[in-house]
Write a protein that binds this ligand. Structure first.
Ligand SMILES: [Cu+2]
Length: 150
């Protein structure tokens, strides 16, 4: 619990250094759904809101995951499957949601110390050069999305 509070305070301090927030896209509602099977890939969901200019999300990194891929869900012959996407357009002022059933981030090799409630630090890198760090909530595979609070 104390670690979570410290992380939130650290993020607040980082945010305070960048008052011109509308210049860059914003990231909110970040949630990492942990794998049902320990060691399996976790799924990341979040909402992007474009800044004053069009931008593109290029990648997401985390100190607690070996690799993070951006995926989109597509229908292929009547079967829902997913495929990697190289980048995500974030038009100025538009909201882009990464949500269950649609686009998501896939986290591979998540640190086993990450459990529901510990939180997951994510660093979003955009084509403009903007880097936005957020602390995603971590939830167990079975947790109801309706229980998400912020
Ligand atoms: Cu995926």
């Amino acid at each position: 619990m104390h670690r979570t509070i410290a992380a939130v305070m650290a993020l607040a301090a980082v945010s305070a250094c960048h008052p011109k927030r509308a210049d860059t896209p914003a990231v909110s509602d970040a949630l990492v759904r942990l794998a049902v099977v320990p060691g399996g890939p976790a799924a990341g969901y979040f909402t992007l809101v474009g800044g004053v200019k069009d931008d593109r999300l290029l990648r997401i990194d985390s100190a607690v995951a070996n690799k993070i891929e951006l995926h989109e869900s597509v229908m292929d012959g009547g079967v829902m499957t997913m495929r990697p996407i190289a980048e995500v357009p974030v038009p100025a002022g538009k909201t882009v949601a990464f949500a269950p059933g649609g686009s998501h981030a896939m986290l591979f090799g998540v640190d086993p110390r990450i459990t529901a409630g510990t939180g997951v630090p994510l660093l979003f890198t955009f084509a403009s050069g903007a880097k936005i760090e957020v602390e995603a909530k971590s939830a167990a595979a079975g947790d109801d999305m309706g229980g998400m609070r912020h």
